[in-house]
Structures are given as C-alpha cells and as structure tokens.
Design a protein around this ligand. Structure first.
Ligand SMILES: Nc1ncnc2c1ncn2[C@@H]1O[C@H](COP(=O)(O)OP(=O)(O)O)[C@@H](O)[C@H]1O
Ligand SMILES: [Mg+2]
Length: 238
C-alpha cells in the first residue's frame, strides 16, 4: 500500500535562505511519525510547506495524489490538517464556536457528530464549551486547537510542537490522546523539540538539523542512538 503522505526531495526557502533542504519523509496509515529537532531546525517550515502555506520545491503526495498545486482548502478537504505552533485560537470566542470554525465546510449533521467525537476525546472541552478560549489553561488551549483540527475528520493530523510551554503531566495527557487518535485510525505527523516525549509514542522518527534529516528509523531505535541521546534526550547511554 502506498503511504498516506509521501514527501520527496522537498526544499523550502525564505528568499535566498534555504530553511529545508532535500527532505524526504513518509507517513503510512495508522502511524505516528515524529520529526525531532532543535529550535530553528526547520520543522515548522516543513509542516507549513506540506500544508500549502509556503511554496516548496520537490514533491508531496497525499493519498497517492500530487498535492503541490492544490490550495490549502483543498488539502483540508482531502483530509490533511495542521495544528499550528501557536495554536491560533480565537481568544474572545467560546470553545464551542472555535470548534465550529473547524467545521465551516461540513454539513451540520456531520459537524454535530464531529463535535461529539471531539468532546469524547477531550471531556474537558465539553465541560468548558461555553467558556472563552482565551480563559483556558495552556493545555486546554492545545486540546481545543487539536479538537478544531479534528472537526473535519482528517486522515492525517500534523501537530507542530503540541507540548510547547506545557507541564510534563499535561504533555502526557495530550500525547496519550495522540495515541488514541492513532487507534481510531488517524495518522499523525508530530513535530517536536521534546524528543523524549515524542519518541515514546511515535512509531518512526526523523531527526532534523539545520534544515536536513540526519537520521531516521524506528522511534525505539532512534531513542537508543548515542548521538540522539546526548543531543536531544539530555543524557548519554555511555
Ligand atoms: N518567515 C521567515 N523568514 C525568514 N526566515 C525564517 C522565517 N521563518 C523561519 N525562518 C528561519 O528558518 C529556519 C527554520 O525555522 P523554523 O522552521 O521555524 O524552525 P523550527 O520550527 O524547527 O524551530 C530558522 O533559521 C528560522 O530563523
Ligand atoms: Mg517551529
């Protein structure tokens, strides 16, 4: 079976500066794939290009189809969804209304089902459905950003540093939900500086440095790699 997402030889530039260089990656059905790397490695740039927010060189296939020339809305309609690094919620709107914005092209009956599914995954959001998004805790805001992205029932959810700024216990909660998504048939491309947490739940991993992938393999093997342990996990196996 061909992979759900196939990124081949992709480069992304800001003017003359190439922030992502000849990167290739794939995500198969029911996989959590993580891209780990330090601040500035090019992770957000890569996700933005796959989503269609930034232009790229190279090829991106989604469900076997080249999507490079598609606009963002068509990519969303095909089942690709991005939870951006800064969550980009509407702070003065309620939880419920933020979720509704994630379903703007979806039939009302389907949106109602989606909302129930999202509330099933995130009971906290249901409790706080009438609360303004700006008054939520950081963890709840991340849940809401994920919930909004899930309203359209994506096949692939791309998460840009969901753990950023959150306490470890909240990160554990959010990552447990990511594994529930995989169990429910959603594939996940997870970009993280928090390599330890990401490698614990991922099936496969890519290590990104200065715009390039320097290593990839099963997450368990990447976690055991000496250089990765020293640079990203804060300890050495030696
Ligand atoms: N809008 C921009 N204009 C110019 N350079 C940028 C822009 N956004 C990011 N960069 C640069 O591209 C590189 C990769 O950034 P980014 O993709 O945000 O990395 P990461 O998400 O891994 O922290 C960095 O050197 C960063 O300074
Ligand atoms: Mg980033």
């Amino acid at each position: 079976m061909s992979p759900l997402l196939q990124v081949a030889d992709v480069s992304v530039s800001y003017g003359k500066v190439e922030a992502v260089r000849s990167v290739s990656l794939e995500v198969r059905e029911r996989e959590i794939v993580t891209v780990i790397g330090a601040n500035g490695a090019g992770k957000t740039t890569l996700l933005s290009a796959v989503m269609g927010i930034l232009p790229l060189k190279g090829s991106v296939q989604f469900c076997g189809e080249n999507i490079v020339r598609q606009d963002i809305e068509d990519r969303v309609a095909d089942g690709l969804s991005l939870v951006p690094e800064h969550r980009e919620l509407f702070a003065t709107m309620t939880v419920e209304d933020n979720l509704e914005l994630g379903a703007f092209r979806i039939a009302k009956s389907v949106a109602a089902q989606s909302q129930e599914r999202v509330y099933g995954l995130f009971p906290r959001l249901k409790e706080r459905r009438k609360q303004l998004a700006g008054t939520l805790s950081g963890g709840e805001q991340q849940m809401l950003a994920m919930g909004r992205a899930l309203m359209g029932a994506p096949k692939l959810l791309m998460l840009d540093e969901p753990s950023l700024g959150l306490a470890p216990i909240i990160v554990a909660d959010i990552f447990r939900i990511v594994t529930e998504l995989r169990a429910a048939g959603v594939s996940v491309l997870l970009v993280e500086q928090n390599a330890k947490a990401a490698l614990e739940i991922a099936d496969r991993a890519y290590v990104m440095e200065l715009g390039e992938f320097v290593l990839n393999g099963p997450a368990a093997e990447i976690a055991k790699n000496e250089a990765v342990a020293a640079s990203y996990l804060g300890f050495s196996h030696g």
